[in-house]
Design a protein around this ligand. Sequence first.
Ligand SMILES: Nc1ncnc2c1ncn2[C@@H]1O[C@H](COP(=O)(O)OP(=O)(O)O)[C@@H](O)[C@H]1O
Ligand SMILES: [Mg+2]
Length: 407
Amino acid sequence: MSILRAENVTKLFGRRTAEAARKIGSGADIGDLGVTAAVVEVSFEVHQGEIFVVMGLSGSGKSTLIRMLNGLLEPTSGKILIDGTDLTSLPPKPLRELRQKKVSMVFQHFALFPHRTVLENAAYALEVQNVPKRERLEKATEYLRLVGLEGWGDRFPDELSGGMQQRVGIARALTAGTEILLMDEAFSALDPLIRREMQELLLELQSELGKTIVFITHDLNEAMRLGDRIAMLRDGRVMQIGTAEEILTDPANDYVAQFVADVDRTRVLTASSVMEKPLSIVDPGNGPRAAVRAMRENQTAGAFVVGRDRRLIGAVYAEQAAQAVRDGAGSLDGLVEQLEVVSPDTPLAELFSRSAESALPVPVTDGAGRLLGVIPRVTLLAALGNLNGSTGELPELDTDEEVMTSA
Ligand SMILES: Nc1ncnc2c1ncn2[C@@H]1O[C@H](COP(=O)(O)OP(=O)(O)O)[C@@H](O)[C@H]1O
Ligand SMILES: [Mg+2]
């Protein structure tokens, strides 16, 4: 069961909304009814422990959607389910209780109480829940420490920078102890560098606490950095839901393709998305003759030496192997050279220099040193070329240098 789920949710503003909702359902035009279709037939599931980003331009319906997820707005039609309970079926009191127990919000403009201390702000949700004072202040202190505000509890919000105030906002949401965090443009009011810091903080907190987070943003780079999955909204409709890589490599329509056209893909795409099966592989028990044959057959400058359990041992290069054959050597001893490896989640941007340094494709290994795949230089260049919106064929490039600088 998913922790949070939207089922065919529509929210219309205006007077003749019921009529308009029926018309939308049957695909008819509602232009004449004077209603605003803020959210239209939106469905998704948020998995436990993921950061689910809702991304769209201003006016695309993000805030309306998050307010429905929080039970603050009632959908015109459709359902919102939290842990399987349909919010739209609940009377006000149980709705409020469910919300208190399950959902916390973090707002763009922090929404702190100016006349309360940082600590009292952070403890606020527990005060509402009538948790004894000592306990709630202890918890709030703990979460303030976690967001990097140890020692700031006695200050007032206006003594803090924007970034720090939003740390209080996050501490307050965490202190509430809910499984779900809803964040509406939580970092949009912050300066770029501070914003970057807050994104890092959120990712750290996430890996430590494993909350389920719905994060709203109009910033594609932020969406890509934070989102395990991203829902792209346009005029209230979902254009696509997928990982950053899926959206970049396989946009669902022209709108999405246009939207992501300018993203620096080399920072989003990772080694695992472009790696290929290595061509020349030899066993450490093979001799140089077998290595030379493998390299000839595959027309490679070297071969990967891969032992038991697919563990990468190193590489032998064509010239040395050929010399060893001429010398009558029976084994690869002394020919195997160590290789620099990358992990599957290394961004492509970090691969260009490695690729340039080596005659062999860059090997990708897992934590146990097993060879998962390799990235030939030409593949890296092709991946980069795609990204400029071409068809996936190898781009025509004047020089490698041009590629490097555009990376
Ligand atoms: N309470 C409301 N009454 C009427 N129209 C609204 C209301 N709230 C939002 N809208 C309209 O719904 C659309 C989506 O708004 P919103 O959800 O705030 O988008 P976003 O958060 O993506 O900027 C906009 O056209 C907005 O004007
Ligand atoms: Mg908004």
